[in-house]
Design a protein around this ligand. Sequence first.
Ligand SMILES: [Zn+2]
Ligand SMILES: [Zn+2]
Length: 120
Amino acid sequence: METIQKLLHSNKINKRERLEIKQFLKRIQKPKKKKKKAKKIKVKKDVLNRKIEYKKYLNSAKWKAIRQDVLLRDNYRCAYCYNLDNLHIHHLSYVNFKKEKLSDLITLCKDCHKGEHLSN
Ligand SMILES: [Zn+2]
Ligand SMILES: [Zn+2]
């Protein structure tokens, strides 16, 4: 590749040859783009898998126990507006995902929770 580039910038070739080399280079660079696309699809799949995993976790007994602990700590009310209804548990951090510490979580009402995700 380097030699081709050198040739391209040398004056050993004429305009037509230079154009042909450029076109050739373009053609051999195309597969690289395809690789990038494949990566993007993989990322999408990863996001989907993570979503499924997250949903599964939210239905697990372990999460339900952690959830209860957080609700108890926050006195069964929204930490922002003290609303008692429609309480959600919000992740302040996913660093300890699946083995959350109470400090990673906070009790929020539906509206405050929504606001929290809109601002992020
Ligand atoms: Zn949340
Ligand atoms: Zn609230």
